[in-house]
Design a protein around this ligand. Structure first.
Ligand code: HEM
Length: 403
C-alpha cells in the first residue's frame, strides 16, 4: 500500500533522500581517503612514531621530546587519520621555513589569538604593506620614552605585592604580571591610562566594551607573552649589578632605571634569554607552505602542507644546546654567542615587538629585584601547559624572601 502525502509517494521521497545521503557520505569518504593518501605520500620522507588508525598521535603528544631524539630534524604528527603536519625540531630546518616570509600562517591555530586581520595572520603583499607601516612605531628611538611608562606600571604592581606579601604567605603573581603588562601596553601603544591594575571595573566596562575590543591586536601579544616569561624567570635570578643608585625619580615620585643602565644589564639580559630558551612564551609557530620547500639534507615538503616549528623542542634540542635542561645564562655571554647563531627562536625577527618586550622585561626585572627577593613555593610548583602560549596551569606561587 502506498503512503501518500499531498499526492506524493512518501516512501519514494524517503528512498531518494537515503540515496542522496549515501552518495554524499561516499563522496566524503573518497575525498578523505585521497587526503590521507596525499598526506602519507607528502610525509613519506619523514619517519615517525607509528600512528593509531583512529586517533593518530593524539595520545602521544607529550612524547615529542623523545621522538625528537629518535627522529632528528622533523617528524610527522597525525591528528586522527586525515589531518597531519610536520613538527620541525631543528634550527636549520626552521630557518628554511621562517626565512621565506611569504608563507601563510596556519590560520586555524591563530584565529583564537588574533581575531580579525592582524599582522600576525596576514600574508603576502598585505602583510608586507602593514609590516612596513608598523615598523617605524617599534623603532629604538620611539621605544625609549616608554621605559618611564613601563616603570610606572611595574611600580604599581610592586606596591600591590608589598601588601599581598605582608602576612608572610606565598602569593600567586601571574595575574598581577598580566595586568601590569596590559597596563603598560595600554599606556605605550594607546596613551590610555586605564588604571586596570587597581580598578578591575575598567576591564569589563558595560558601555565601553567596543573601545577595548578595538584595542586588541599587537597589545594583546604583549599582555599574553610577557607575563608568562616573567613569572617563570623571577625565582631563578639574582642580579648583582643593580643598586638603588641606578634609579631616577619619575614625576609621580616612583623610581625608574636610567635608560643607559638598561643597556648595561648584561647578566640580567643573559638570564632573560636563558629563561626564554627554557620556557619560550610562544612555544611554536606554524606555516602552511605556499610552495614546496627543500630542507638542507635534501628532503622536501610539498605545497599546502603545514609545518609546525617547535620553538620549545628546538630550545631543548641536545644537538644544539649542551645539557639543554640546565639553566645556564652564560650560554648567552658575548664570547659564547659571537660567531654562532644563537638559535633563540622565540623572539625571532618576525616579532615586531621584540625590543619592546625586552625593555619591559628588563625594567620589570630591575625594579622587582631592587625591592624583593622572590623564592618558589615548593608546595605549588608551576605545572606547564602548552596552549598557543606556554603557561602554568596552577599559576605562579612565590614567597617573599629577605629583602
Ligand atoms: C616575550 C615576549 C614576546 C614573545 C616571546 C614573542 C614572540 C613572537 C613570535 C615567536 C612571533 C612570530 C610568529 C610567527 O612568525 O608565526 C611574534 C610575532 C609578532 N609579535 Fe611578538 N612576542 C613577544 C612580545 C611582543 C610584543 C610586546 C609585541 C607588541 C607590542 C609583539 C608583537 C608581535 C607582532 C605584531 C607579531 C607579528 C609580526 C609579523 O607577522 O610581522 N610581540 N612574536
Amino acid at each position: 500500500m502506498k503512503l501518500l502525502w499531498l499526492g506524493v509517494d512518501v516512501s519514494r521521497v524517503l528512498h531518494l533522500a537515503a540515496v542522496f545521503c549515501l552518495t554524499c557520505v561516499l563522496l566524503k569518504a573518497i575525498q578523505l581517503f585521497h587526503r590521507r593518501r596525499e598526506l602519507i605520500r607528502a610525509l613519506a620522507d619523514f619517519p615517525g612514531f607509528p600512528t593509531h588508525w583512529l586517533f593518530g598521535h593524539v595520545h602521544e603528544v607529550g612524547e615529542s621530546r623523545i621522538w625528537m631524539q629518535k627522529y632528528p630534524h622533523a617528524h610527522p604528527m597525525w591528528f586522527g587519520s586525515f589531518s597531519a603536519f610536520l613538527v620541525v625540531t631543528d634550527p636549520d630546518y626552521a630557518k628554511v621555513l621562517l626565512g621565506r616570509g611569504g608563507e601563510r600562517l596556519c590560520k586555524t591555530c591563530l584565529a583564537c589569538v588574533s581575531p580579525g586581520n592582524g599582522l600576525l595572520i596576514l600574508h603576502g603583499p598585505k602583510w608586507h604593506q602593514h609590516r612596513k607601516l608598523l615598523t617605524p612605531g617599534f623603532h629604538y628611538d620611539v621605544l625609549k620614552p616608554y621605559v618611564d611608562l613601563m616603570a610606572e606600571s611595574t611600580n604599581v604592581m610592586l606596591d600591590k605585592w608589598e601588601k599581598l606579601t605582608a602576612d608572610g604567605k606565598s602569593v600567586e603573581l601571574f595575574e598581577h604580571v598580566s595586568l601590569m603588562t596590559l597596563d603598560s601596553i595600554m599606556k605605550c601603544a594607546f596613551s590610555c591610562h586605564s588604571d586596570c591594575q587597581t580598578n578591575r571595573s575598567v576591564l569589563a566596562p558595560p558601555n565601553h566594551g567596543r573601545k577595548f575590543a578595538a584595542q586588541k591586536g599587537n597589545g594583546q601579544i604583549a599582555c599574553h607573552c610577557a607575563p608568562k616569561f616573567t613569572s617563570f624567570l623571577f625565582p631563578s635570578l639574582q642580579e648583582k649589578h643593580l643598586h638603588p643608585g641606578c634609579l631616577r625619580p619619575l614625576p609621580h615620585g616612583a623610581a625608574c632605571p636610567n635608560r643607559e643602565d638598561l643597556a648595561k644589564m648584561t647578566y640580567s639580559t643573559m638570564c632573560i634569554k636563558e629563561s626564554l630558551r627554557l620556557y619560550p612564551p610562544v612555544p611554536g609557530v606554524s606555516r602552511q607552505l605556499s610552495k614546496a620547500v627543500t630542507f638542507p639534507d635534501g628532503r622536501t615538503l610539498p605545497e599546502g602542507l603545514v609545518a609546525a616549528i617547535s620553538i620549545y623542542l628546538i630550545h631543548r634540542n641536545p644537538e644544539v644546546w649542551k645539557d639543554p635542561l640546565v639553566f645556564d645564562p652564560l650560554r648567552f655571554s658575548p664570547e659564547n654567542v659571537s660567531g654562532r647563531h644563537s638559535h633563540l627562536l622565540c623572539l625571532c625577527r618576525n616579532c615586531i615587538g621584540q625590543q619592546f618586550a625586552m625593555n619591559e622585561m628588563k625594567v620589570a626585572l630591575a625594579l622587582t629585584l631592587l625591592r624583593f627577593e622572590l623564592l618558589p613555593d615548593p608546595a605549588m610548583p608551576p605545572l606547564k601547559i602548552t596552549r598557543i602560549i606556554l603557561r602554568s596551569k596552577n599559576g605562579i606561587h612565590l614567597w617573599r624572601g629577605s629583602p
